[in-house]
Ligand binder design. Structure first.
Ligand code: ACM
Length: 542
């Protein structure tokens, strides 16, 4: 039976906390570390049930997120009353239209209770994430005892992303939702979903059903694995789930390369490939290809209200040699006076970009597309080739907003410890926790000219070597926490030793969530193996 006695047991304690004000550098259990924390000596103690008030400006979804988390994590019941004894009060503040403060929040804990101040839904949600982490940190069997404090917080970067490749291996909506939960917990706000590539196509397109019926078959290790894909209803469910956590979802339909699975379904639009990458490209010389892909994008755009679609544009040269033998491509080259396949690639992307802009969406691309003449106000570049800093400079010089996801340190399919054998390495280099944590994007902002063009950071989980949930967890946790702090916390607030101390508490949460995390402290979980012994899985630099 639910205990209907919702009387709030709220009282201040006067336990001494040492000096009257504690150093603001002291951690309070929140990852990413907030920009400003002032701690007082007294503390607020409560247990059992909570009253939430003044929440008329907060969405029902954010409140539900808070209430269900309080219930599930702490067995705290909440009610909704504007009474004297409110423990959590939401108050709207006016921060004008300043974009940089779009996510700002304040959180105070004092003798009156907890007060959340924000100007936007995003701000409220960030405050709720911080609050849940505070509760976890200051929770004991006796209840919750939180020091009086004031937090003032907003992100260093607006773009805090995570990319999951489900073409190589399909994980399904429950795993994706769990990832979204953790992203929300760490204030990551962009989910880039890589749904098409060589092994399989994973998104239902009603006009072209073979894309999933045929293209959905197989995965990286087994080309005959039964078809796995997301129906449009499931995609809508995941997009809504993400939206309730203030996360935007950005699908990637990779083109003109990495198109193998689509070409299996509709071979009439294949532009061919090479021995190692057969049918790798869409056909750039046939008008039908552009109509086909534009039709696909119309459906995709309706499914993803972020109004952002990633069209890849990477590694086309893996297959574009086939274009040299194609009459239609030769005709195209002649018509426009092109002499190289690179120019054909650029033409292809400009045309697809036009289709996207026509729908009202923004185009996102990998850094190969930094110099193909895409309009800078409607395009976002992703710099991934860490060994080509010149490509990042080109993105910035050409005026593009740019997301930083260099392989070192942001490809999470790279191993995170010297002893690990089943992920990628770059020669002998890999992406340990500290390396992820200490990444300093400011080195690229040397020129004032580029101020504001670096939107933020993203980690990419490619899944050639990640075939099950154990390996997924092992590669994502705890690096996802380090990623969050790189993208959110200003440099002068970061401290790796502090981070590790807080992380130990977060690892308890990974355990209670059944996550097979990598333990940088104790090595409790051993490295899960990939179930094949192909040499290419081991120490393969590319
Ligand atoms: C990539 O890793 N091909 C973007």
């Amino acid at each position: 039976m639910i205990n209907l006695n919702f009387l709030v047991t709220l009282f201040a304690t006067f336990a001494l906390w040492g000096s009257s004000k504690l150093a603001s550098a002291q951690h309070i259990g929140i990852i990413p570390q907030p920009q400003s924390v002032t701690l007082e000596k007294d503390s607020l103690v409560f247990k059992g049930s909570l009253n939430i008030a003044g929440a008329e400006n907060v969405s029902v979804t954010t409140l539900q997120y808070l209430r269900t988390n309080l219930l599930n994590r702490f067995q705290f019941y909440t009610r909704h009353h504007n009474t004297e004894s409110s423990v959590i009060v939401f108050k709207q503040i006016n921060r004008g239209k300043d974009k940089t403060n779009d996510e700002y929040y304040e959180l105070t804990v004092d003798q009156k209770g907890i007060t959340v101040y924000a100007a936007s839904e995003k701000g409220y949600f960030n405050a709720v994430s911080s609050l849940l982490q505070l509760f976890h940190f200051y929770h004991s069997k006796a209840g919750i005892k939180v020091p009086y404090m004031t937090i003032k917080d907003s992100p260093a970067y607006a773009w805090r992303g995570f990319m999951l490749d489900e073409s190589r291996h399909f994980f399904g909506k429950e795993k994706v939702k769990q990832l979204l939960d953790w992203m929300a917990y760490y204030k990551l706000n962009k989910f880039h979903w890589h749904l098409t590539d060589e092994p399989a196509w994973r998104m239902e397109i009603k006009q072209y059903p073979f894309l999933t019926l045929v293209g959905g078959v197989g995965n990286y290790l087994n080309p005959l694995a039964p078809a796995k894909y997301y129906t449009q209803a499931e995609i809508a469910e995941i997009v809504a789930y993400a939206g309730a956590r203030q996360i935007e979802v950005i699908p990637e339909i990779d083109m003109p390369g990495h198109a193998t699975a689509a070409n299996r379904a509709y071979p009439q639009f294949s532009g061919g490939g090479t021995k190692d990458h057969p049918d790798f490209t869409f056909h750039p010389g046939k008008e039908g290809t552009y109509t086909y892909l534009a039709n696909i994008l119309k459906e995709v755009h309706i499914l993803f209200p972020s109004h952002m679609i990633h069209l890849g544009g990477d590694e086309v040269a893996f297959g574009s040699k086939a274009w040299d033998q194609d009459e239609d491509v030769q005709r195209l080259k002649q018509k426009f006076g092109y002499s190289t396949n690179k120019e054909v690639e650029a033409y292809f992307m400009r045309r697809m970009a036009d289709s996207l802009y026509h729908l009202g969406a923004k185009l996102l691309v990998w850094d190969e597309m930094a110099e193909v003449g895409l309009p800078k106000d409607k395009t976002i570049q992703y710099w991934w080739r860490h060994d080509k800093v010149s490509q990042l400079e080109l993105c910035l010089k050409n005026g593009y907003a740019t997301v930083l996801c260099p392989r070192l340190p942001f490809y999470f399919d790279f191993v995170q410890d010297e002893s690990h054998r089943f992920g990628r390495k770059w020669n002998k280099d890999f992406n340990g926790l500290e390396r992820v944590y200490n990444y300093d994007p400011e080195i690229y902002k040397a020129k004032e000219l580029y101020e504001g063009q670096i939107l933020g950071m993203q980690a990419n989980l490619w899944t050639e070597r990640i075939h099950n949930e154990q390996r997924f967890d092992f590669m994502v946790f705890p690096r996802i926490a380090a990623l969050a702090e790189v993208a959110w916390t200003k440099k002068d607030r970061k401290d790796y030793e502090n981070f590790k101390t807080v992380l130990k508490k977060h690892i308890q949460l990974y355990q209670s969530d059944g996550i097979y995390y990598y333990d940088p402290f104790k090595n409790t979980n051993s490295e899960p193996k990939v179930q094949v012994s192909k040499q290419q899985y081991i120490d393969n630099p590319e």
